[in-house]
Design a protein around this ligand. Sequence first.
Ligand SMILES: C[S@@+](CC[C@H](N)C(=O)[O-])C[C@H]1O[C@@H](n2cnc3c(N)ncnc32)[C@H](O)[C@@H]1O
Length: 392
Amino acid sequence: MEIEILDFDDLGSGLGKINEKVCFVKNGLPKEILKVKIVKENKNYSNCEIENIILKNKNRINPICPFYQECGGCNFLHATKSLENKFKIKKGEKFLGKIEKFYETREFNYRNKVIFHVKNGDIGFFKEKTNELVSINYCYLLNDKINEVLKLFLKNKDLNFNGNILIRVNNLEDSLVAITGNYKYIDLIKTSNLITNLIYNDKVIKGNSYFYEGIPDFKFKVSYKSFFQVNLDGLISIKIILESFLQDKNIRNALDLYSGTSVLGIIISKYVKNVISVEENKSSTDDALINKELNKINNLQVINGRVEDYIDTFKDIDLIILDPARRGLDLKTISYLKKIKSKYLIYIACKMDSLRRDTKYLKDDYEVLENYLVDMFPRTNEVESVSILKLK
Ligand SMILES: C[S@@+](CC[C@H](N)C(=O)[O-])C[C@H]1O[C@@H](n2cnc3c(N)ncnc32)[C@H](O)[C@@H]1O
């Protein structure tokens, strides 16, 4: 059957109608006429796949990656980057309102971290929402140093290896590889110059369990179990947004909630009198304490714990940075945010839906001053947003 694609849906699929029923067409682009087949029929909508393109959007391109259709890691390789950007900005405007600026990062090879799954020696990613492995030998999103390490494992394939391989690289030529599972060539890959730090089933067998990462003005210790932003240029954009906002604000007490290795707390420390970071992951807060020393910060306190267990202890706060995981904030934290009445909130979200939901709860108390988008995950349908809110 034929369908005209009217727009993108919120996840970047094509949106159209067949007999007045909404259809989501995987990889469909606006203004296209497509021959599609229904793959899942629901009460109010259908999911479709393209059989044939009758009229093509001029921004449709051939996906650069041979694994694109199966892997599910990217969603936009069938469109030009400029069309992807338009989708992201339009979604930002729909969810958040006016967007001050869209910070681009490099289109490919930006990710500094990956976790590969391994099944009987095959290495790759799980197909979306399944445990079905899609074997790959290159990923365009990954830093090329990670792709080189991947090749090393592919050259030394162990058919009995089941588990996973975490690979991290920094901008100082180091790599950190953590293997879970029994891998018979471990002694061989240990000798490779491509791997500077090797952890095997939680035991360090070469180098250290961490390395250092740098951005302008700062250096951070990052252990293999700690959180760190996967796109360094994206992090630098967030730094620019925070610094330019805080320049003239005279903040006394600030909170850096969901703080990872306290990167944001450290960035803002020179603009505030005191800052407290709260993070539940112990490896990240242990690194944060080192990062505090490394960067000679003496007005930062680091708390290891859950935000919801500490939020009711804070008083007299002027600024709160919120950078939660994809699920966003819990209701207790939201209700205390209303009570604390911090002058400013800066909410950084990797999932705009959560940000939109949480700011709805806060809308009686806070007004949005500025929204920014940071293209933290190019060639996917995800975009990081930074919203600055002011107490009414
Ligand atoms: C998106 S990361 C942000 C990290 C940090 N702001 C940065 O930019 O490097 C979210 C962090 O929240 C932490 N986290 C998730 N739920 C939490 C909770 N309930 N309380 C405290 N930390 C939590 C995760 O461990 C993760 O480090």
